[in-house]
Design a protein around this ligand. Structure first.
Ligand code: ADP
Length: 472
């Protein structure tokens, strides 16, 4: 398995978490069992000590030398004889006992201790005080006189080897030590399988995405589910759609631009070839050169507009923070256009020009509005009217340019803002239009956070509306 793959890392994390949990669980079980076993042992020692503490029987049995221990049990009787601490076990079985611990038990303060027997076994022991009014004879050993105690305080120590607990705990530990790796092994196989299964769609998505090249943008990633991966595939599909549209626009734009420049170049070439075919009069050369100059002028105009658009697309040199007094700007434009209108026999009506300030580039906004006004003057026939007004309301200022020109068909209302789109190619071409004017205006207005639209009907004139956000 690839150690850098997501599947590997997710499985590894899962195993680490599982290992932590299993270790914690194992430790918990082990300590619970160990604690319970030791508590049980302590409880049984306490019961046995109480049993043995039933004085008459025990003492009587000791007196008679008939005291019987249970199997695995150690009983030690502790007392003072001639001020010396004596520990006697009926089985003569010795426990390593701390003198202070024993003294405390004789004095009445019993307790538990974990110690060893003389044969090296670990023994858990309980010492309890024992007292008897009267004489007790404790056998000392073969051939020796017994201890004779008269009403002396004693301590009884009951002990039991802990080896059975240790055996049980060792068994539990062994079980845990092979069970945990086994569980981890099975879990790692299961985890890797599940992770691979869950992430398989990601592999499919990336494979398809890799296969989709710039020339194959019509392909889409299959969306089979409504979950996170389904949404990822949808998002990628949306992105591919946007790329496809952008590429298509780009191709269209290049084709249109070439087409636009081919016409003047063809005319220039034709004029020059024709003029060079034979000797011509000065007047003919002049006419040919004039035609060449006119076409060069048009080509230059188109190239300049294209450059302007490209710069705007890259937001190159766009002043974003300047404050533009829209009413002053429109007033200036109206004066410029006024001369053109008079020349063409049009009436220019200047409506209310509400004062408004917007944030942005003065020169670009002027260009955007001039393109619209220029169209209004160009397309309106003699005797017509061009009106301009500004209405500032709330957060928005609305610049309106109306004309009584030919109007625009409904199907073309949005298309006229596309690059190189012209309603009547022949008519506007001779009028000097490139089909870029409104596209430039829209780009500028949108870069300023505004909108541009048109309302028009064939034969009834057009109304262009530019909305711009007013500066705070
Ligand atoms: P052009 O340079 O050809 O004028 P524009 O982008 O400015 O390019 O305009 C695109 C098309 O929209 C024009 O070719 C014209 O057909 C149409 N148009 C623009 N303004 C008007 C108007 N005021 N009245 C009628 N048609 C218009």
């Amino acid at each position: 398995m690839n150690t850098r793959s997501f599947t590997f890392r997710i499985t590894l994390w899962y195993l680490l978490v599982l290992l932590g949990l299993m270790c914690a669980l194992g430790a918990g079980v082990y300590s619970y069992v160990s604690h319970s076993l030791y508590r049980n042992l302590d409880d049984s020692l306490a019961i046995r000590a109480t049993q043995l503490g039933d004085i008459p029987t025990t003492v009587e049995n000791i007196k008679k030398g008939e005291f019987a221990e249970k199997i695995g049990e150690v009983v030690v009787l502790c007392f003072h004889e001639n001020k010396k601490l004596v520990e006697v076990s009926p089985r003569d079985f010795k426990l390593v006992l701390d003198d202070t611990f024993v003294e405390q038990a004789i004095a009445g303060l019993g307790g538990y201790v974990t110690t060893t027997s003389d044969d090296g076994q670990v023994v858990r022991a309980l010492a309890v005080p024992l007292s008897y009014e009267g004489t007790v004879t404790v056998p000392r050993g073969p051939g020796e006189p017994p201890h004779v105690l008269e009403g002396e305080p004693m301590a009884l120590v009951v002990g039991r080897a802990t080896d059975y607990i240790d055996d049980a705990l060792r068994g539990l530990l062994r079980t845990l030590l092979w069970a945990i790796p086994l569980v981890l092994l099975v879990a790692s196989a299961g985890g890797a399988f599940l992770a691979r299964r869950a992430l398989a769609p990601v592999d499919r998505i990336s494979q398809t995405a890799r296969q989709i090249g710039a020339h194959d943008l019509s392909r889409r990633i299959e969306v089979n589910s409504r979950d996170e991966l389904g949404r990822l595939a949808e998002t990628l599909n949306d992105m591919i759609s946007r790329l496809q549209n952008a590429f298509a626009r780009q191709r269209q734009f290049t084709a249109d631009a070439s087409h636009e420049l081919r016409a003047p170049l063809a005319i220039i070439q034709a004029e020059a070839t024709l003029a060079l075919q034979k000797e011509r009069s000065t007047a003919d050369y002049r006419r040919a050169l004039e035609a060449v100059a006119a076409e060069t002028g048009h080509a230059t105009y188109v190239v300049e507009q294209l450059l302007g658009l490209a710069r705007m697309d890259a937001m190159d040199g766009l002043e974003r923070n300047g404050l533009v007094q829209v009413d002053t700007l429109v007033q200036g434009l109206a004066e410029e256009v006024g001369a053109l209108c008079r020349e063409k026999g049009l009436e220019l009506r200047i409506g209310p020009l509400n004062a408004a300030v917007v944030r942005g580039d003065d020169r670009r906004l002027r260009e955007a509005l001039l393109n619209i006004l220029d169209n209004a003057v160009r397309y309106t026939p003699v005797g017509g009217t061009v009106s301009i007004s500004i209405v500032a309301s709330g957060a928005e200022t609305l610049v309106q340019v109306a004309d009584t020109g030919p109007g625009i068909h409904e199907g073309e209302l949005t298309r006229i803002f596309e690059r190189f789109y012209r309603v009547d190619r022949a008519r506007t071409r001779t009028g000097g239009g490139s089909g870029l004017g409104l596209a430039i205006s829209r780009t500028i207005v949108e870069l300023h956070g505004g909108r541009i639209d048109v309302e028009s009907e064939p034969g009834k004139g057009s109304l262009f509306r530019v909305r711009l956000p007013i500066a705070d």
